[in-house]
Design a protein around this ligand. Sequence first.
Ligand code: PNS
Length: 166
Amino acid sequence: MAVAVYPGSFDPVTLGHMDIIERTAHMMDHVIIGVLQNNSKTPLFSVEERVNMLKSVTSHLKNVEVQAFGGLLVDFVHQNHADVIVRGLRAITDFEYELQLAQTNRVIAPDVDTIFLTTNLRYSYLSSSIVKEIAGYDGDISEFLHPAVAEQVRNKLKEKAAANQV
Ligand code: PNS
């Protein structure tokens, strides 16, 4: 059985991530989405919120599960008896960081390989940060996110704005 881990911050999950998840689910027997919890960046959503959003938008994919993880990615891969890490490559600008990540992971865990999927051209410009920036200026984010996720982003930004006014 081929098991893949698709790791990331997913703050929030975008349609670009969804494209990679759906294609991986098609190729692999089982996919575990690993949501990083101890991210050095301050996330907009808590890890529980990110996990729940991912669970809701992948509920139609029967061979996909979602888990939070902390610590080293390769430890999470080993704990889940997975075979490979999957990452999406959007553009050449992703390449240097992704190569560093994949090579470091392979040095610390030689049995773990990383495979890359090139992002659908439609989403090659897309990132969670860009979406948050657009939403922060009240722009339309419906092209980039699942409707339920877009609603949560708008609500979260409203909550934050209200908290800042107190
Ligand atoms: O979506 P992101 O934020 O680019 O994902 C980055 C992620 C989660 C894959 C990376 O930060 C990660 O694997 N973090 C866990 C700690 C670790 O194992 N670091 C890699 C050693 S090089």
